[in-house]
Design a protein around this ligand. Structure first.
Ligand code: SF4
Length: 365
């Protein structure tokens, strides 16, 4: 099979067609000059997504679409974090397929392996060695303060394992193993990133300057609520629209979605500012259409049924090319596996280089 036959590049976003580092660049240290940033700006980004189920529109709008937009500007390394996923109960019989499916949808959503590095966490074992070393530089008290640990421990009372507790240490190793100096994060991850910085500073203080200070890249991302209006959209709550959902399913799900609870009758004026459907319009509809819906909702000029129909049509326009790409990739899974293997080769080379420095600094080997 020639290189072109292996191509799994995504059709979206159009502005993602930059000249990225060659995937599989085994020198590992060179950053494409076209992505050089002004002094102090990050050059290499890292972020990961869990293979815990369908990528839904909350994941897409809140993270993946933004990651795709960052590809032309930075040396982006993205990961399917399967080692993180095993810190809660899971089904080993379906994990391999879930990892491949998440990667396939990630590529379809714009994480184009021709222009970024995309790999699976468990394919690079050097990171685990770094996580162990970092665990010796991490105060237990700092881990105990992690809000996400407290939340997950409350959710998984039957399985509060050490991996769940040290999750942020592995996350630090993921980021710093490749010496990423920038991390695009949502609000719920900022505490973990602060711990990553603390670990890097502690290591550098004890053993010499090896690791960068990873900066936080906050991106404007809408807060997408679940269709039931109860907290974040999530697979576990069953209140989501999957990126795979075709238009009939999207319309069906939207038809029962929560809106402005005070709008009891068609003739009642609504308040789009508190309506999740309006939030979705802002992501999927044109600015003109958003302005019209804003005005017509407030004046009861449009009803929620019609408002949802418009949203459904615009979501179909935005999601269809992604779904077509996803379906194309599912017919050639070996091409996706090859792209992930190429990504893992590059990350292994980068992390091995880091580990050589780390072992020397520690006085080991
Ligand atoms: S008209 Fe649209 S924006 Fe207004 S409350 Fe209904 S669904 Fe929400």
């Amino acid at each position: 099979m020639n290189a072109d036959e292996h191509k799994v590049s995504s059709p979206v976003p159009e502005d993602g067609a930059g000249t990225g580092p060659a995937a599989g660049d085994d020198t590992g240290s060179a950053v494409d000059d076209s992505k050089a940033s002004p002094a102090g700006e990050p050059t290499r980004l890292y972020s990961g997504i869990q293979p815990t189920g369908d990528i839904h529109i909350g994941n897409y709008l809140g993270a993946v679409a933004n990651w795709a937009k960052l590809i032309p500007r930075y040396d982006c390394i993205y990961c399917v974090v399967d080692y993180h996923a095993i810190t809660i109960e899971y089904d080993p019989d379906t994990m391999r397929d879930a990892v491949l499916d998440t990667a396939t949808m990630g590529i379809a959503c714009g994480l184009d392996p021709d222009h970024c590095t995309f790999f699976v966490q468990s394919h690079v074992s050097e990171t685990m060695e770094l996580a162990w070393i970092f665990s010796t530089c991490t105060a237990i008290g700092a881990l105990e303060r992690m809000t996400q640990f407290k939340d997950k421990a409350a959710q998984h009372k039957q399985n509060i394992n050490a991996g769940l507790f040290t999750y942020p240490v592995l996350q630090a190793a993921d980021i710093l193993g490749v010496k990423a100096d920038g991390v695009p994060v949502g609000d719920d991850q900022s505490q973990h990133l602060e711990l990553t910085r603390e670990i890097a500073r502690r290591f550098n203080h004890l053993y010499g300057p090896v690791f960068p200070d990873a900066k936080t890249l906050y991106s404007p991302a809408p807060r997408i609520l679940g269709l039931d209006g109860q907290g974040k959209m999530s697979k576990s709550q069953g209140n989501y629209i999957a990126m795979k959902d075709r238009s009939d399913m999207v319309r069906k799900k939207l038809s029962t979605a929560y809106t402005d609870p005070n709008r009891l009758r068609r003739s009642d004026p609504g308040n789009p500012d508190i309506c999740n459907i309006f939030t979705l319009h802002k992501s999927f509809s044109s600015p003109d259409e958003v302005a019209t819906i804003d005005a017509e909702c407030r004046s009861a000029g449009i009803g929620c049924v019609d408002c949802k129909k418009k949203l459904g049509a615009n979501m179909e326009t935005a999601m269809s090319p992604i779904q077509d790409k996803y379906e194309d990739l599912t017919r050639r899974p070996d091409d996706v596996r090859d792209a992930l293997a190429t990504g893992a080769d590059r990350v292994r080379a980068l992390t091995s280089e880091t580990m050589t420095e780390v072992r020397q600094s520690l006085g080991l080997r």
